[in-house]
Design a protein around this ligand. Structure first.
Ligand SMILES: *Cc1c(COP(=O)(O)O)cnc(C)c1O
Length: 389
């Protein structure tokens, strides 16, 4: 073995309960999965609206592949920008009430690209401590002064921004937050963040990966829910691989913001455009997101039912109103053990461990889909009850 230090590190990960393994799925995404020969009831997908395998979305994808082929051929600025991409961007701008929208190949790339296009050396970026890894990495890569504030702590952010305002060496200020926090399920205090950012002349960027589709009257996300416009939140980012059930991401905002990204965001410029058929499928799923509000209503009912049952069982939940409902465990090995007991009973619930979450806060991350029924929630609660005893 030429790299013994790698094997040592891997053994150490295993000993700490931090080793990760992949398990191939042999079925389409949905509430029932075929996993290594077993049928499981799935409670860990981000396909909240059950659109990843929706017939209309599949049909749009197939038709686009038949007429447009598979590959996009190049980056958007060479010859990869297809009219399906362009049409989706226009529809996403209208959907989010922003002037323009720009597609990125993944959410990770969108976040790294936007933050690095907006701030660099001589600027400052302020992030919630529990932000998604792609936002934290984007901030770290940027070379800007990087400040983290305690989770949803507006007062601390206010102080940090005031200090930066008094520092002549700092030019642009960018405040960055998840909308719905991906591992806790709670919301950022967006109206307060918008007020504080404006007060200190800072830009506010919201990553609404888990809010888009799920919240707001037509699924426009947390910004729609709170009535926050482009002036309040100049940079909106969201992904297409969660509620929309496809793949990729977008950023929405002003003409100047989008043009700046097209000119300078390196993760936009130097990567292949997503296949046009993905954009076509996303256009079909967007129509369902907007028109079928029953999916949002049903999700909310499932979440209410789960929380009521979990409280009765005395399970330690977090204050989350979203389809992300973590059950706190603490110890890594214990979280893994609980996940595998659930699996043996036919329930797929993932154990989330550091570094995805802080040390000592390992958890079972339960997520719901509009395709779940009340009796599925009850079955999960029953299995959890059996484990507590
Ligand atoms: C999933 C996620 C991303 C990354 O999006 P991908 O398209 O999967 O790369 C970014 N931010 C948040 C909050 C996410 O949950």
């Amino acid at each position: 073995m030429p790299f013994p230090q790698l094997t040592d590190k891997l053994h150490a990960l295993e000993a700490q309960g931090l080793y990760r393994q992949r398990h191939p799925i042999d079925s389409p995404q949905g509430i029932f999965l075929q996993r290594e020969g077993h049928a499981v009831l799935n409670f860990c997908s981000n396909d909240y609206l059950a659109l990843a395998n929706h017939p209309a979305v599949v049909k749009a994808f197939k038709e686009a592949v038949d007429t447009q082929g598979v590959g996009s051929g190049s980056a958007h600025l060479i010859c990869g920008h297809h009219s399906e991409h362009h049409a989706l961007e226009e529809e996403l701008a209208a959907f989010t009430g922003r002037t323009r929208a720009l597609l990125f190949s993944t959410g990770y790339m969108a976040n790294v690209g936007v933050i690095n296009a907006l701030v660099g050396r001589g600027d400052a970026v302020f992030e919630d401590r529990l932000n998604h890894a792609s936002l934290l990495d984007g901030g770290l890569f940027s070379g800007a002064v990087f400040k983290r504030y305690a989770h949803t702590d507006i007062l601390q952010l206010d102080k940090l921004l005031a200090t930066a305002a008094g520092n002549k060496a700092i030019c642009n200020k960018l405040v960055v937050t998840d909308g719905v926090f991906s591992m806790d399920g709670d919301w950022a205090p967006l109206p307060d963040l918008a007020t504080v950012a404006k007060k200190h002349d800072a830009w506010l960027m919201v990553d609404d990966a888990h809010g888009l589709g799920v919240f707001g009257a037509t699924g426009g996300g947390l910004l729609q829910q709170h009535g926050l416009n482009q002036d309040d939140v100049p940079v909106l980012m969201a992904t297409l691989g969660k509620s929309l059930g496809t793949f990729g991401a977008f950023v929405a905002g002003s003409e100047a913001l989008i043009e700046m990204l097209i000119q300078t965001a390196r993760t936009y410029l130097y990567t292949t455009a997503m296949p046009p058929a993905i954009a076509a499928a996303t256009r079909a799923s967007l129509r369902i997101v907007i028109t079928e509000s029953w999916r949002r209503d049903k999700l909310a009912d499932l979440v209410t039912r789960f929380r009521a049952g979990a409280v009765q069982l005395g399970l330690p939940l977090l204050p989350s109103a979203s389809p992300i409902q973590p059950i706190m465990v603490g110890d890594n090995q214990q979280a893994l053990a609980m996940s595998s007991v659930l699996l043996s009973k036919g329930f797929l619930v993932s154990a989330i461990r550091p570094p995805t979450v802080a040390q000592g806060t390992a958890r079972l991350r339960v997520t719901f889909s509009a395709a779940h029924e009340a009796h599925h929630v009850d079955q999960l609660l029953e299995a959890l009850q059996g484990m507590a005893q």
